[in-house]
Ligand binder design. Structure first.
Ligand code: AMP
Ligand code: MG
Length: 344
């Protein structure tokens, strides 16, 4: 894997690689994406091979200009309103697709997910290419998404299906885009992100929230968004989310650590309280955007601790930007959430 900078020459080189059907890991404001020409079926298949991504999990296509929007889908009035308010930025909309979009991108669905990123590097590459980029997170499927360049290097540097990666530093949001489906009678939030429910409702007041955002899908139930049914963001060690005070969380952990090597992903300032364990602070609950920025890096750090058997994560309420963090932690822990105040 070739390592590229964000210099003009390197971005030109990146666009050449993409024009030739290669995949390249690129920084965006959400997480690093593994990009390929969304209109080239073979290039898109290379993304699935590189990630080991299930073929039934569709990809988001990324555009750099509003004029590209109606080329690949049939935007509604709500779609243009959302685009006006939140693009470029971390919002994806799902709309009926046009036939130019290969079915490998949409996993055979008749709809397509579209986003216009705000990251200057991502935008520049799409403009240089002149075609949309399909770009899921640049990690091995199932692992936490990459929000630092070193995460991309860890996951993909020896991957035969990845030609290059651009070092763009840290990703600002740290969680993937908000996904809103505009297919049904009402706009429906399928995945929470940095564009919150409250922000969306200022534009589309009838927005609903899919059950799968906060609940485990019952087996056999058809997922509105196929990505919701796959195991996600998961470290190898058993991961449990804890709500309640730091003190009750400590009591809970003490009673269950059982001499096993344990990591605690805690809020900033709580390091002392959990100092019997490996502590990984990840931000402040009253500033959920700090938790979002660091949550995947924290999960990866915990996953990298040798022989770590248990990971406990202090969890903030599922409100505002905290909803996206909560949603990712639910998936990382396979929905294991404990209110530690109930265990005295
Ligand atoms: P990722 O690219 O890994 O951030 O994931 C993209 C998310 O968007 C996944 O949860 C997909 O299931 C979802 N998605 C992409 N295209 C569609 C679509 N046409 N209909 C519903 N969900 C979609
Ligand atoms: Mg992903």
């Amino acid at each position: 894997m070739l390592i590229l900078s964000t210099s003009s020459e390197d971005l030109l080189m990146c666009s050449r690689l993409l024009k030739n059907g290669n995949t390249v890991a690129v920084p965006t404001e959400t997480v690093y994406g593994l990009a390929a020409n969304a209109l080239d079926e073979d290039a898109v298949k290379r993304i699935f091979l590189a990630k080991g991504r299930p073929a039934d999990n569709p990809l988001i296509i990324h555009i750099s200009d509003i004029s590209m929007f109606p080329e690949y889908c049939f935007p509604t009035r709500s779609a243009f309103l959302l685009a006006d308010n939140f693009w470029p930025g971390p919002l994806t909309v799902i709309l009926p697709k046009k036939t130019v979009v290969p079915s490998a991108v949409t996993a055979g669905l008749s709809s397509v997910a579209v986003r216009m990123p705000s990251h200057p590097v991502a935008k520049r590459i799409i403009s240089l290419c002149g075609f949309p980029l399909a770009a899921p997170s640049a990690n091995i499927s199932g692992k936490p998404s990459p929000t630092r360049f070193e995460h991309v290097v860890n996951d993909l540097s020896r991957n035969e299906f990845v030609a290059a990666a651009i070092d763009g530093g840290r990703c600002e949001c740290g969680v993937e885009s908000t996904v809103v489906s505009l297919i049904g009678d009402h706009p429906c939030l399928l995945r929470p992100g940095a564009v919150t429910v409250e922000m969306l409702r200022t534009v589309v007041p009838d927005l609903t929230v899919a059950d799968a955002v906060l609940q485990k899908l019952p087996q056999n139930e058809k997922a509105l968004s196929p990505g919701l049914k796959h195991k996600h963001y998961a470290p190898a060690a058993e991961t449990v989310c804890l709500t309640g005070s730091a003190e009750s969380s400590l009591r809970y952990i003490k009673a269950r650590a059982e001499g096993k090597k344990t990591a605690v992903i805690c809020f900033d300032g709580e390091e002392e309280i959990f100092s019997d364990y490996t502590v990984i602070p990840y931000g402040l609950p009253e500033k959920p955007e700090t938790l979002a920025e660091n949550v995947f890096a924290a999960l990866r750090k915990a996953d990298g601790i040798k022989d770590c058997e248990r990971i406990f994560v202090r969890c903030a309420p599922p409100e505002g930007k905290g909803l996206a963090v909560y949603n990712r932690l639910l998936r990382a822990s396979d929905f294991k959430v404990v209110n530690t105040e109930e265990y005295v």
